[in-house]
Each structure stands twice: as structure tokens, then as C-alpha cells.
Ligand binder design. Structure first.
Ligand code: XMP
Length: 509
């Protein structure tokens, strides 16, 4: 990679947002935990110190050897990062006596300053800190204040070291992007030449050099990440890549055929494997959600391994891992607690002695989509809602049978097509239907019925970590309910899930 900004993470919930904002400026950046600072190579043009839930006054507060780079490279401390700079060099950081959360305005702002250019008097910023900088060290000067926070921004005289107590990365800081541009482009002198096309060229060259004439195998899921990763690898090494797309019998209606067809049109060398029965056999009688996930994960690896063994001399395994997965596993907070075991991030079983190649492990999801578009991948793959690896198995509560899968596929099909036909699909982050393990009484014609209940779910989200239910129009929901009950045999009641995550989750299991 060419030039980049290094972001040292002290554990703030906003650190990923800083990275996204920097990348929106077409400048590459990486997040590293404060306690694992990488070697400061010449491609690093500047360093941002993130916020933190900790206080610099705490015993054992997160710390970093700032002298190793201060004065040599531009440094911007954000919130905790700014307080760390102040307290380390002789200033004073104390608990705030007044509220310093939420909106504030920079009433005093030195607009001649290179960090604050193109901002305006009274600029709205977002504060979120329990501590505040009371005194700055000698040689540090205040360059912006609010009515209650004197040291909202500071600069160290004679060097490119800055601190700000507000969060420029959140959208509530209305001119935060200007400030970050001033730092990254003006002060660090980054070129803004990091785009999908430069990423593709650099990655293809890297993949060629790394893989050479070896063979690669890769599992495709129909989702965006694995499709884009495979296309990049294919561009680098052509038919040395073999892709495997498994029909686990838990996909959406017609999905296997349609996606396989798209892959073939894209020129990928892909083997479609019908393993439906193998999965149904392994799932027979299982009702516990985690047991179902584990069984699916196990069978997937068995099927995949069988296919991989048919390819002679394969050395590499391609994976669609993206940046948030990587950050999560090395973050200050450590890997997050397992709420559900996501089998497809479980890594590689030992018996597959393959090296891993992950061309997307520096990209965020929206960047993966951009790269996919630049690679010419069809919109029906790029714009797809996320779909879980265990598929409909975690949307059929209780045990899995081929018949239940068929029923749910029909319901899901009506709902998803309905969203598309009514122009709602792209407004929803993820949608699907859930088959409940209960029956309810109904009446159809003159007959009493006692049939299945399905729930519809549609959520908005950015990354799946939190989500809210979407307020779909009532008349649309009414239409869906009618169509489902009239057309899907065995279903006589439709409900709509109005739970947010947290406290619920997106999937029911
Ligand atoms: P939850 O239900 O945890 O889902 O709120 C968050 C996101 O993750 C997807 N999900 C999975 N994806 N394997 C996957 O590949 C899984 O076992 C799994 N469980 C949930 C879910 O669809 C949503 O996008």
C-alpha cells in the first residue's frame, strides 16, 4: 500500500468511524490497538489517537510512547487522545464539572489555523467526555473553545501536533469532515488517490505476486463479500481459482440456480454441489439453535473438503473476510463475546493444510460494494441483503425438514419479491421470514383451520451490530399477509416483528 494514516485505537466506540471518514477522503488508513503499535514506516503520513471509555487519570490507563513519533509526524489526538497528549506533557486533566455530552458550538475558533480552515464561527461539534483539559502544558495553545470547554482544540507550537476534545468523525459535528480533511490532506499532505480502481490494480498485482502459479480454492455463498473476493482473485490468476458453491438445502427459493448462473456469466470457474440431503440428514431432529449451527458448519466443511481434495495440488484457500472482522478480532476490547456462533468466521480446520488469502481484509462493507461495482459484478449480487451462512435453518424455529424449508421458501419469496416490486428492497438492510413452531386457529371459507404462523422481519442497520425494525407501510404489510395466506399452503397467520437489536437480535435463533 502507498501512503496511509495510522489510527491508534484506545477503545472508543467511534474509532471505526474515524477510519471511514478518512477513507471517504480517498486516503487509506489502518486501525491498530494502542498496545500493538506497528513499525512507523515511511508510508505513514500522520497518526490519529482515538477516544477511549477510560480516563487518563485511571491507574493503568491506556498509554502509548508518543515521543516515538511526536514532532516527526503530524499527530491528532481526539478526545482521550487529546487528553493523553495534554496530561503526558505537564497539563492537567480533571473530571468535568458540567455536562460535556452532545452538541456544542465552537464560539471561539481560530480560522486562520491550518487545522480549522474552512470551518465557521459557532460551528456545531459533538462532545462526549467525562474528563476535560483544565490546563495545557507549556508550548501548547488553545485554538478553539466552546462556552463551557475552554480547551476544545489545541496545537503545539512549532510542530504539527494537535488535540481536539470533540468528535469530528460523527455526523453531528457538522464540519468535522473539513477538520479531518485539513489534517489528512492539508497537514499530512496525503494525495487522495486511494480509490476502487487503485485498490483493484494494487490488489491484483499483490495477488499475482503472492499466488504465482499455485491453485486456489474458495467457497462462495452468493453474498457480496465472497463474490467480490473471488472476482479479484480470478482477475489475478484466472482459472487457477476454483470456486465451490454448495446447495445446503437452506437457501432461498431458486437462489442456487440463479446465483450459480450469475457466477458462470461472470466467468468464474465454479462447481455447484448439491448436498441438500447431507445437510437435512445431519439436521434431523435437532432443535437447539447452536446445535443446528454446529451441524451445518461441520457438514459444510466436510462437503468443501471433499471438493477441495478433487482439485490436484491446491495450495491456497480464498476467503471473503472484511475489515470489521479483522478489527474485531484484534481490537482493544478483544473479540466480542459469542452471542451466536457464526460458523463462517470460525477459521480453517486443521486438516485442510492450506494458506489463506483474504483480498478484502482491509475494506469496509460499503467499500467492498464499490470495488464490486468497479469490477463489473452485477447489481443483483452487489445489492443483495446479507443472508446468514446457516440460511433458513435459523429462521425455522425447532427441527428442520425439507417440507418446512419449502413452506418458508415460498413465504420468503413472496415477501422479498414484494419488497422489490414496491421499491422497498433497497431501503431495507435485511429482510426475511421466520417459520414459528406453533399453530393457530383460523377460518377459510366455512372451514376451521389449524395451521402455521409466520413472522416477517425487515430491519435497518449499518453493520448488523445494532438494528431497528423498519416501519413498512401498513397497506404493503396487508398485501403481503393476504398473498402469503392465500398462496402458501399450511400458513394461516402472518405477524410483523417490531423488535430492535438490542435487546432482540436480527435472526430469531
Ligand atoms: P444477529 O441475529 O446476531 O445477526 O443479530 C446479525 C447479522 O449476522 C447474520 N447472522 C449470521 N451470519 N452465520 C452467518 O453467516 C450465522 O450463523 C449468522 N447468524 C446471524 C444475520 O443474518 C445478520 O445479518
Amino acid at each position: 500500500m502507498a501512503e496511509q494514516i495510522l489510527i491508534l485505537d484506545f477503545g472508543s466506540q467511534y474509532t471505526q468511524l474515524i477510519a471511514r471518514r478518512v477513507r471517504e477522503l480517498n486516503v487509506y488508513c489502518e486501525i491498530h490497538p494502542y498496545n500493538k503499535v506497528p513499525e512507523i514506516t515511511s508510508d505513514i503520513k500522520g497518526i490519529i489517537l482515538s477516544g477511549s471509555p477510560c480516563s487518563v487519570r485511571d491507574e493503568g490507563a491506556p498509554d502509548v510512547d508518543i515521543d516515538a513519533f511526536r514532532g516527526k509526524l503530524p499527530v491528532l489526538g481526539v478526545c482521550y487522545g487529546a487528553q493523553l497528549l495534554a496530561s503526558k506533557y505537564g497539563g492537567e486533566v480533571l473530571p468535568s464539572t458540567i455536562r460535556e455530552y452532545g452538541r456544542a458550538n465552537l464560539d471561539h475558533i481560530d480560522l486562520h489555523h491550518d487545522l480549522l480552515k474552512e470551518m465557521t464561527h459557532g460551528s456545531q461539534v459533538w462532545m462526549s467526555h467525562g474528563d476535560t483539559i483544565k490546563e495545557l502544558p507549556t508550548g501548547f495553545e488553545v485554538i478553539a473553545s466552546t462556552s463551557s470547554v475552554r480547551v476544545a482544540a489545541f496545537k503545539v507550537e512549532g510542530e504539527k501536533t494537535y488535540g481536539i476534545q470533540f468528535h469530528p468523525e460523527v455526523t453531528h459535528s457538522l464540519e468535522g469532515k473539513n477538520l479531518l480533511r485539513n489534517f489528512v490532506v492539508g497537514i499530512c499532505e496525503c494525495n487522495q488517490d486511494w480509490t476502487s480502481d487503485t485498490f483493484i490494480d494494487a490488489t491484483v498485482a499483490e495477488l499475482k505476486a503472492k499466488i504465482g502459479s499455485d491453485k486456489v480454492v474458495m467457497g462462495l455463498s452468493g453474498g457480496v463479500d465472497s463474490s467480490v473476493a473471488a472476482t479479484l482473485i480470478h482477475r489475478a490468476i484466472g482459472d487457477q481459482l476454483t470456486c465451490v458453491f454448495v446447495d445446503n438445502g437452506l437457501l432461498r427459493k431458486n437462489e442456487f440456480e440463479e446465483v450459480l448462473d450469475s457466477y458462470q456469466h461472470m466467468g468464474l470457474n465454479v462447481i455447484g454441489v448439491d448436498s441438500k440431503q447431507r445437510f437435512y440428514d445431519a439436521l434431523a431432529g435437532l432443535t437447539d439453535p447452536e446445535a443446528k449451527r454446529k451441524a451445518i458448519g461441520r457438514v459444510f466443511i466436510e462437503v468443501f473438503d471433499d471438493e477441495a481434495h478433487k482439485i490436484e495440488g491446491v495450495k491456497w484457500l480464498g476467503q471473503g473476510t472484511i475489515y470489521p472482522d479483522v478489527i474485531e478480532s484484534v481490537s482493544v476490547k478483544g473479540p466480542s463475546a459469542t452471542i451466536k456462533s457464526h460458523h463462517n468466521v470460525g477459521g480453517l480446520p486443521d486438516f485442510m493444510k492450506l494458506s489463506v488469502v483474504e483480498p478484502l481484509n482491509t475494506l469496509f462493507k460499503d467499500e467492498v460494494r464499490e470495488v464490486g461495482r468497479a469490477l463489473g459484478i452485477p447489481e443483483n449480487i452487489i445489492g443483495r441483503h446479507p443472508f446468514p451462512g446457516p440460511g433458513l435453518a435459523i429462521r425455522i424455529l425447532g427441527d428442520i425438514t425439507a417440507e418446512k424449508v419449502k413452506t418458508l421458501q415460498e413465504v420468503d419469496y413472496i415477501f422479498i419479491q414484494g419488497l422489490k416490486n414496491h421499491g422497498l428492497y433497497d431501503q431495507v438492510w435485511q429482510a426475511g421470514a421466520i417459520l414459528l413452531p406453533i399453530q393457530s386457529v383460523g377460518v377459510m371459507g366455512d372451514e376451521r383451520t389449524y395451521e402455521k404462523v409466520v413472522a416477517l422481519r425487515a430491519v435497518g442497520s449499518v453493520d448488523g451490530m445494532t438494528a431497528d425494525w423498519i416501519h413498512l407501510p401498513y397497506d404493503f404489510l396487508g398485501k403481503m399477509s393476504n398473498e402469503i395466506i392465500n398462496r402458501v399452503k399450511g400458513v394461516n397467520r402472518v405477524v410483523y416483528d417490531i423488535s430492535s437489536k438490542p435487546p432482540a437480535t436480527i435472526e430469531w435463533e
